[in-house]
Each structure stands twice: as structure tokens, then as C-alpha cells.
Design a protein around this ligand. Sequence first.
Ligand SMILES: *[C@@H]1O[C@H](CO)[C@@H](O)[C@H](O)[C@H]1NC(C)=O
Ligand SMILES: *[C@@H]1O[C@H](CO)[C@@H](O)[C@H](O)[C@H]1NC(C)=O
Ligand SMILES: *[C@@H]1O[C@H](CO)[C@@H](O)[C@H](O)[C@H]1NC(C)=O
Length: 375
Amino acid sequence: MAAIFIFIWLFASVLSISSASSPLLINGSTADAAPDCGTGNPIDDCWRCDPGWADNRQRLADCAVGFGRRAVGRKGGRVYVVNDTGDDAARPAPGTLRYGLVQDEPLWIVFAGDMTISSAHELVVSSRKTVDGRGARVVVGDGGACFAVRGASDVVIHGLTIRRCRPAPKLEAGMSDGDGVGVHNSSDVWVDHCTVEACADGLIDVVVGSTRVTLSNKLLRNHDKAILLGHNDDYTDDKAMQVTVAFNRFGPGLVQRMPRCRFGLFHVINNDYIAWQKYAIGGSASPTIISHGNRFYADMAKEVTKRDDDVPESVWHHWNWVSDGDLMLNGAFFRASGEARTDNLKAPSFARSAPSVPSMTSSAGALSCKEGSHC
Ligand SMILES: *[C@@H]1O[C@H](CO)[C@@H](O)[C@H](O)[C@H]1NC(C)=O
Ligand SMILES: *[C@@H]1O[C@H](CO)[C@@H](O)[C@H](O)[C@H]1NC(C)=O
Ligand SMILES: *[C@@H]1O[C@H](CO)[C@@H](O)[C@H](O)[C@H]1NC(C)=O
């Protein structure tokens, strides 16, 4: 009897602790907690509790986690304001997004107001750039070309809606694929809090020897092939690829590739999967996949995983695919494979348990932020 009372008392004290509205320490001062802060999402909790975020935008650069955490978009760079939706790829005009993206110097790129940028040529992002859409509703694509990070390092793309991206002539030669964000031969890249949907090819591709990439807090929906990580089964330079896919909401309306992986090391952490038509996580060419603390809600297709059909089980049963603490709902199941667990197969320290996924991903996608209040 006494034990039961102690238990109830303990439970009640835990409840009262977690519901207390304690002020949070921000940049040396205290501020009231925002409704969306303190969700346990380590990226958001790093900056979204600060009502003065707009005066301290570059704080975001310290908030990345995972393999792309060194991407700071060159914090300390000059702020460049996009105030012109026009685009002349051959002679970019000051005030346009492209003008900022092609500069050699580090820039923190922000937007003067709500705008839609629909370009005839893909928007090539050069090294040491942050594109920060907070405070404005910025749509990129809408029947035009979208982002290509090619041969670059240290790039952050945050707070944009990227949709209806279409193939377009490249400046050099040939056509782009029509991806939302294509990361080619690049390193230290972080894409956070973007809504990406309905493109001609993939929503996000990370290929051709790219590594140290984090794809987080995104809302991906209404599309067939969501995320491709790894160029093709012959491109062995992708063995060095390390990508973190965390705190994203996948769906509704997705079919496959959340993500599809080749060769490298992939951490798929604390994502919310709202059904998939074919599969959620797949791959070929012996990728190592750590799936930790995700919430998988199956619809018609129950299997989370998929190996290429032409690979026999005698081959893929050596691939290290680990499911650790995933929440499997409505019949979802993960077909694990691989050998003994090594340090390489551990989840990163920022990973949380699956039941906190709904609160951590509740504001996935582009945020609607106003200067002077919590974002
Ligand atoms: C608060 O942040 C601003 C901007 O980054 C910085 O200049 C200032 O030194 C910080 N204050 C404290 C007490 O850390
Ligand atoms: C737009 O930005 C450019 C480049 O920063 C600047 O030269 C121009 O004056 C701005 N135009 C307006 C209307 O603010
Ligand atoms: C990758 O980018 C570097 C420049 O950063 C370039 O020298 C190299 O040729 C590129 N490699 C490929 C495969 O595109």
C-alpha cells in the first residue's frame, strides 16, 4: 500500500515539474518560453525560444546537429537583403537572390518581404552562404528551376517553401533534373525547416561525393521520390558520404525514398512517417543505415525497408541496417540486416525516443515567423 502511495507521489511530482513554466536562459538573459520551444527538438530549442531571433539571426548557425553540424553558412558574413524577384542568370542584378548566391564573399541572405522566385536557370549556391527565409513567406520554384549546391562547402538553406521545381538549362550546358535541392560534390551542407513538394525529379538529392550533410525539420509531401543519397551503384566516391536525416515529417502523399541510400553512413533519426506508398527507407550498394526513434505509421504498404530487387538476400544480409527504438504502427515493420554492432552503428547522442517525435516535428517545414515575437 505504502509503495503505491510513494509511486503516485513520485508521478505527481514529475508532472508538476514538467508543467512548470520555467523561464529559459537566452544569451545571458531570461525570456518566457514560447509555445513551440522546449519540445525536445535540439535544433529548435537552440534558437526558437528567443523572441529577439530577428536581431540575432546568426545564432541559428550554432544550432545544427548531425553530420552537417559544421555548416554555419559562414556566420559573421555580411547580411544581404533580397528585394527583387527578378533573375538574369547571365548578369545577376544586385537585390536578386542569384546575385547573393554567386558572390565570393560569405553572405547571410535574408528577404525584404514575402515573395515568389521562379527562375529560368537553376539557382547555383556558392560556398559560405546562408539563405534564411525567416520573417517572410518565400517560395522558390513554382514552375521554375530550384537550388543546386555544386562543388561548394558550408551552405545553409533555411525557412523556404521549395515547390514545383522544373528542369531548366544549366548555365554551362545541358539540363538540370528539376530537383528541389540538388547537392553535388559538396560538403558541410544543412537544409532545415523547408517545405519541399511536387518537383519534377527528386525533392532533395545528395550525390557525386557529397558528405557532411544534415537534412532536418523539413516537411516533405505530395511527391514520388523524396530523398536520394548517393549517385549510382558505380559511383564509389560516395563511400565517404555521411548524411543525417532528422526531425522531418514525411507525408502525406509520398511514395518512396525517405531516403534511398547508397554506399555511405546514414543516420535516420526521430522522423515522422505518415504512410508511404512503396517504401520508406531503401537502398543499394551496401549502405549503412541507422534508423533510430522514428515513428512509422503504415498505410497499405507495411514494410518500411526496401533493397533493390536484383540484389539477392545472400548479398544484402551483410548490409548494416539497424532499427533501434523505432515506433512501428499499424503493422509497419523494418527488415534489419547486418553483422555485430560496432560503435559505427550507434545512434548519435542528440537522438530522442520515438514517443517525442510528434511534438518535435509538429512545426516541420517553413515556419511563419514575425519579427519581435517567438518564431
Ligand atoms: C548576445 O548576442 C549578441 C549577438 O550575437 C552578442 O553580441 C552579445 O555579446 C551576446 N550577449 C551575451 C551576454 O552573451
Ligand atoms: C535592393 O537591394 C539592392 C542591393 O542591396 C540595393 O542596391 C537597392 O537599392 C535595393 N532596392 C530597394 C528598392 O530597396
Ligand atoms: C568537385 O568540385 C571541385 C571544386 O570544388 C572540382 O575541382 C572537381 O572537379 C569537382 N568534381 C566533380 C566530380 O564534379
